[in-house]
Design a protein around this ligand. Sequence first.
Ligand SMILES: [Zn+2]
Length: 190
Amino acid sequence: MNPWEVMDILRERGAVEKGHFRLSSGLHSDTYVQCAKVLQYPHLAESLADAIASAFRDDPVDLVASPALGAVILGYMVALSLGKRMIFAERVNDRLTFRRGLRVEKGERVLLVEDVITTGGSLKEMMELVNGKGGEVWGIGALIERGEGEDFGVKKKTLVQLKAKVWRPEECPLCAQGQPLEVPGSRGLA
Ligand SMILES: [Zn+2]
């Protein structure tokens, strides 16, 4: 699946919104991608997950891990495609933590799956979490990465590189124009 096909799927389901948004990273943007609008259709989630999984099919990955909540559906479908187990981390007191008996065992190789990478903050936190449990982060898979693409020091497969502009709040031209700010998405903000 090439990036244009992925963008077509996102647009057809109304997942790409234009306006003035505060992203979960705290940055502002004129574009927001609401992955849930696509992932609510299991057959589309399956196709997108297969496209991510195909990059790791020959890799020695033991399990998939995602940060809750947005990335869980995608991570779960990637794990299904790879025939591996899947765990997720939840934010407790603003720190990502494995709960409910979900764990990474020492030496296990982990594929991290995220829906949208903006600053990579959640992924870096996931990497620390997995490393702290004695696991090894083998790679990163994501539906969308905003900006130029971050180097996490591991294999990475992103289906779409989204070149939409992001700004720090104090430099945001939409704020300067007085456009109302919308706060969609994660971290308890919507
Ligand atoms: Zn703004």
